[in-house]
Design a protein around this ligand. Structure first.
Ligand code: FAD
Length: 313
């Protein structure tokens, strides 16, 4: 039976090998600039390539994960045993008359938000400061400034566990606060290939003013150092950042990882932080917030890869 070591050979036979590397440091592909090597790492630029790689990984029973821009994940220092598929599928079709767009999952969300504003379409302005892809945004129902993906999505096209491409309507996505049917499920997960968004007409002047305002809020409130955005979800009717602040944890460091002075729900990498440093801060925060306020914080970011010891998430 074909196994892990055959992956490069079979990829070569199928014309996929040009996009493959081995022992690729994931720190180069995450906004945290943290993460050990992936055994195999493939960059895909079309949905056909994406489907072909997923099919190959499934055939070889190789653990795999599709990533966008790595802006919502903390990858272990030990890296990832298996195949990481980086989605750079960037096709999009905008219909300016109906204010709709069909975007492949690898399209950067913030760039799409600007493009849609240029076509005088309202609905994505909240996304201008979010550094991930359309696919990653569907997975966590990304949102900000009162908007989110659920407000604009019509349907997504997926590759299901059986290898079939099919469409899922908005109501089938189970979108909630930073969650969807795609989050937290054990592999093999469904893969998002593209999304159809419906926006509404609005003047460019209004949209520009709104985007400038949102960008200014981000500059004023969010740290500049490497991060993956907010680490914890806000508990119902509470702000995780405020609880962390009240607990006196702002500025706490572990190695080069630090609970940001500027925004206590961010843990930033001030230099050469290790994933273990960030994880220790995460566990410290969780333990302290539970003890002081009886609140169990839930992670917004995802932990990926091979960790030295069991972690409670
Ligand atoms: C400075 C900063 C600010 C941020 N601000 C916000 C904010 O305001 N609001 C917010 O919601 N988020 C925010 N984020 C978090 C992050 O940008 C979003 O969650 C984004 O949607 C993640 O997209 P990504 O492509 O980077 O996903 P990744 O981190 O690459 O992946 C996240 C998860 O999605 C899965 N995934 C990715 N693509 C696919 C696909 N095509 N099919 C199936 N699964 C897939 C991955 O396997 C992984 O499980 C911020 C991050 C940073 C660094």
């Amino acid at each position: 039976m074909a196994g892990r070591r055959d992956l490069p050979n079979i990829a070569e036979e199928r014309g996929l090998a040009a996009h493959l590397s081995s022992d690729e440091p994931l720190s180069k592909h995450t906004s945290y600039q943290i993460g050990g090597p992936a055994d195999f790492f493939a960059v895909v630029e079309s949905s056909e390539q994406l489907c072909a790689w997923v099919a190959l990984a499934r055939e070889l029973r190789q653990p795999f994960l599709v990533m966008g821009r790595g802006t919502n994940m903390l990858v272990a220092d030990g890296g990832y045993r298996g195949l990481i598929i980086k989605n750079r599928c960037l096709d999009r079709t905008v219909d300016t008359a109906s204010h709709t767009v069909h975007a492949e999952a690898g399209v950067p969300l913030a760039r799409l938000a600007r493009q849609m504003a240029e076509t005088e379409s309202r609905g994505l302005e909240w996304a201008i400061g979010i550094p991930g892809t359309v696919g990653g945004a569907v997975v966590s129902n990304a949102g900000a400034h009162g908007g989110n993906m659920a407000g604009v999505l019509r349907q997504v096209s997926i590759l299901d566990q059986q290898g079939h491409v099919r469409n899922l309507a908005l109501g089938e996505l189970n979108l909630g606060y930073r969650t969807s049917r795609f989050r937290g499920t054990a592999p093999p997960r469904e893969i998002i290939l593209s999304a159809d968004l419906q926006l509404v007409p609005e003047s460019l002047t209004v949209l520009r003013e709104r985007m400038d305002r949102y960008a200014a809020v981000r500059r004023a409130t969010q740290p500049r150092e490497a991060s993956a955005g907010s680490v914890f979800k806000n508990p119902p009717d509470l702000k995780a950042g405020q609880l962390i602040d009240k607990a006196g944890l702002r500025g706490t460091s572990m190695g080069d990882a630090q609970i940001s002075h500027k925004h206590a729900n961010y843990i930033v990498n001030t230099g050469h932080a290790r994933a273990e440093d960030v994880l220790q801060l995460i566990n410290l925060v969780k333990e302290r917030i539970l003890r002081l306020f009886g609140v169990e914080l839930e992670l917004e970011i995802e932990l990926v890869g091979e960790w030295q010891r069991d972690h409670p998430h």
